[in-house]
Each structure stands twice: as C-alpha cells, then as structure tokens.
Write a protein that binds this ligand. Structure first.
Ligand code: NAD
Ligand code: UFG
Length: 336
C-alpha cells in the first residue's frame, strides 16, 4: 500500500517515512524543500534499506501534483506540508494562509479528482489557544492566537465542511503537542533554519557550543517550579501514531480528531536537567521575561487516541534528550 507524504522531507515527515517503510508501506514524498533537505531522505533510505519516491514539488502546483497522483497508485495521504514558525506568521500572515490553507485546498481538490479520499492531517495543540485547564481533551474550545494557529484552525474547519459535503472521505486530524527528539540512529533529526525558536533545539545548540546560553522565558508561572509546562512527545512515538491513524482510516471512521501527546507535563527546568544528564555537561542559562503569547501549561489527555487507535507514547523525556543529543552532536550543522 502506497502512502503519499506531503512535507515528507521535514522533521516529522522524515521520521514517519522511516516507520512507514519499516512497517512495509511504500512511500511517495512531495516536498518543495523550503524547510528541509533531500539529504534527510537519503538517510531515511540508508536507515531502512528501502527506496522512497521523491518529487520536488509545491503542493500549490496543481498540475504537477495531479501528475504525481496519476503516475503512482496512492492509497492515502499524510499531509505534513506547511509553514510552522509562529513569530514569522505574525510578520507574513498572507504567506501562511496561502501556503497552509490554500495548499491544503489544492491538495484536497486533486485528491477528490483522482478519488483518493483518505487523509491524515498535521494539526497542532495550538488550536486550543490558551487552554482553560489541563489536561486538554479533544472537545475543549478552540481558538487561535496567531496566524499560524489560525491557519491550522481554518484547515480543520475546511476539512469538516469537506467531509460534510462528501461522506466518502476518511479524515484523521492529529493534534500534535510538542514533538522533539530524533531517530535513535542519530542520522535524522530536526534541522531548524537559523536560531531555533523551540526549547529543545535551542538547548541542543547551547550544549554543542553553537549558542551561548538558554533564556528561560518566565519563572513566575503558577507551575511546580515557575517555568512553563509542555507535553513533549518523542518524534518516533508521534510517527507511530500516524501509522495507527492510517490503519484507522481503513475502518471508514469518517472525520476523527485525536490529541497526540504523552499526557505528561514537563517544565522548562525539568527538561534542562534531563538534557544536562544526556549530554553530561552543564548548560548555561538565565531567567528572562515571559515570551508573549506563551501559555502557562499545556498537556494532552491522550486517552481517546489510546482507546481508538490503540496507540500510546512510550518514550521518556530521557529518551528524547538522549536521541536529540546524539543527532545534534553528530550533526552540529544539521544536514548542511
Ligand atoms: P518541517 O518544516 O520540518 O516540515 C514541513 C515540510 O513541508 C518541509 O519539508 C517543507 O519543505 C515542506 N513544505 C512546506 N510548504 C510546502 C509546500 N507548499 N509544498 C510542498 N512542501 C512544503 O515541519 P515539521 O515539524 O515536520 O511539521 C510538520 C507538520 O506538523 C506541519 O504542518 C506543522 O505545522 C505541524 N506541526 C508541527 C509541530 C512541531 O512543533 N514541529 C507541532 C504541531 C504541528
Ligand atoms: N522556552 C524557553 N526558552 C526558549 C524557548 C522556549 O524558555 O528559548 C519555553 C517556552 O516559554 C515554553 C516552552 O519552553 O514554556 C516550550 O516552548 P516551545 O517554543 O518549544 O514550544 P511551544 O509550546 O511554545 O510551541 C510549540 C510549537 C508551536 C505549536 C505548539 C503547540 O512551536 O508551533 O508547540 O503544538 F503550536
């Protein structure tokens, strides 16, 4: 069975590609390489000993996309392609709506045209805005605090309308919490452009000596140690969640939505300590003011995914830090 991954050369896509190939699926990748490198796919092939069919193509390019669907027998699509930098989305919102929202519309139009109606979509915990309490279940109120988040929310609504109009679609919207870590081989991992915005890539670059010190954004939150709490999930656990979602689509569930998280909250200071243990050195850090728009605490209730998908995140914070450190140490400049 062949699965097409849009954005499959990226961080989560490349790890999902490994797990799909290992599980016996065939994989086609469509990626414009705007935030990734073909090297990641070479390494996926090296890890798995299997080939992927790669097309350098923008999902907004309808004609090229249609040709790919016409030339390969695709069963289902996992739609990772998108821009994801929250800060950047405030500066260039239209680019985010064009790429993420219009890109999804074009993809779905082409899928409808060729009769491929199984879709897994990369949504995000960002659709919960500033959650009223934790843990977060799928029925919590939704809101957006920035254009990136709004693009995810709009896509979720578009997919709901699409399903209402045509019940032949099977759509799984997966709301990821905070994906981190890397493949245990240390050959593929997250390769952010420029200075990372996210905690783990930032810590890893301080640990390897590329950045001077970590700024901890706020130590006066109402949490166990005053620092922000998140639900960090190992990218390989997340990748395995996609395989379970693909299996679920086979049962014709219609449109379904799942939180993919561990259900455990971890503070910035706890994460810092775990990373120091993994890299066996102290990581310089200082306390800084809160970052605008940050929620105090955000973690999932993932029991619905556990029940419906028979999926549960297994890896610990120590696993995440160990694998992340192996990737960072062996590839200080990412894929460059
Ligand atoms: P990533 O940037 O590493 O991967 C996205 C991939 O999509 C990249 O390879 C990029 O080149 C490609 N792409 C972007 N626009 C495209 C277009 N128009 N046509 C073709 N390819 C295009 O990001 P990731 O961390 O792997 O995230 C994957 C998905 O998961 C994204 O949709 C993201 O919004 C979502 N998500 C990520 C996180 C996270 O923290 N990493 C959290 C929640 C949701
Ligand atoms: N943090 C620091 N210093 C840093 C970076 C982050 O203290 O240099 C703190 C933040 O204040 C927060 C925690 O570390 O408390 C996690 O921050 P991240 O930027 O790693 O992650 P966020 O939860 O803020 O956001 C991420 C993605 C969003 C996505 C959201 C929910 O970046 O795109 O998870 O899925 F929407």
């Amino acid at each position: 069975m062949r699965i097409l991954l849009t954005g499959g050369a990226g961080f989560i896509g490349s790890h999902t590609c490994v797990e799909l190939l290992d599980a016996g699926f065939e994989v086609t990748i469509v990626d414009n390489l705007s935030n990734s490198s073909e090297t990641a796919l070479k390494r996926v092939e090296e890890i798995t000993g299997k080939k992927v069919s790669f097309h350098k193509c923008d999902i907004l390019d309808r004609d090229s996309l249609k040709k790919i669907f016409d030339s390969e027998k695709i069963d289902s699509v996992i739609h990772f392609a998108g821009l994801k930098a929250v800060g950047e989305s405030n500066e260039i919102p239209l680019k985010y709506f064009l790429n993420n929202v219009a890109g999804t519309v074009v993809l779905c139009e082409v899928m409808a045209e060729v009769g491929v109606k199984n879709l897994v979509f990369s949504s995000s915990a960002t659709v919960y805005g500033d959650p009223k309490s934790v843990p977060i279940t799928e029925d919590f109120p939704l809101s957006a605090t920035n254009p990136y988040g709004r693009s995810k929310l709009m896509i979720e609504e578009i997919l709901q309308d699409l399903y209402k109009s045509d019940n032949d679609w099977n759509i799984a919207m997966l709301r990821y919490f905070n994906p981190v870590g890397a493949h245990h081989s240390g050959r593929i991992g997250e390769d952010p452009n420029g200075i990372p915005n996210n905690l783990l890539p930032y810590i890893a670059q301080v640990a390897v000596g590329k950045l001077k010190e970590l700024s901890i954004f706020g130590n006066d939150y109402n949490t166990s140690d005053g620092t922000g709490v998140r639900d960090y999930i190992h990218v390989v656990d997340l990748a395995l969640g996609h395989i379970k979602a693909i299996d679920k689509l086979k049962t014709n569930p219609g449109l379904v939505t799942y939180n993919l998280g561990t259900g455990n909250g971890c503070s910035v200071l706890e994460m810092l300590k775990a990373f120091e243990k993994a890299c066996e050195k102290e990581i310089p850090h200082r306390f800084a003011p809160r970052r605008e728009g940050d929620a105090e605490s955000c973690y999932a209730d993932s029991s619905f995914a556990e029940k419906e998908l028979n999926w549960k995140a297994e890896k610990t914070i120590d696993d995440m830090c160990k694998d992340m450190w192996k990737w960072q140490k062996n590839n200080p400049d990412g894929y460059k």
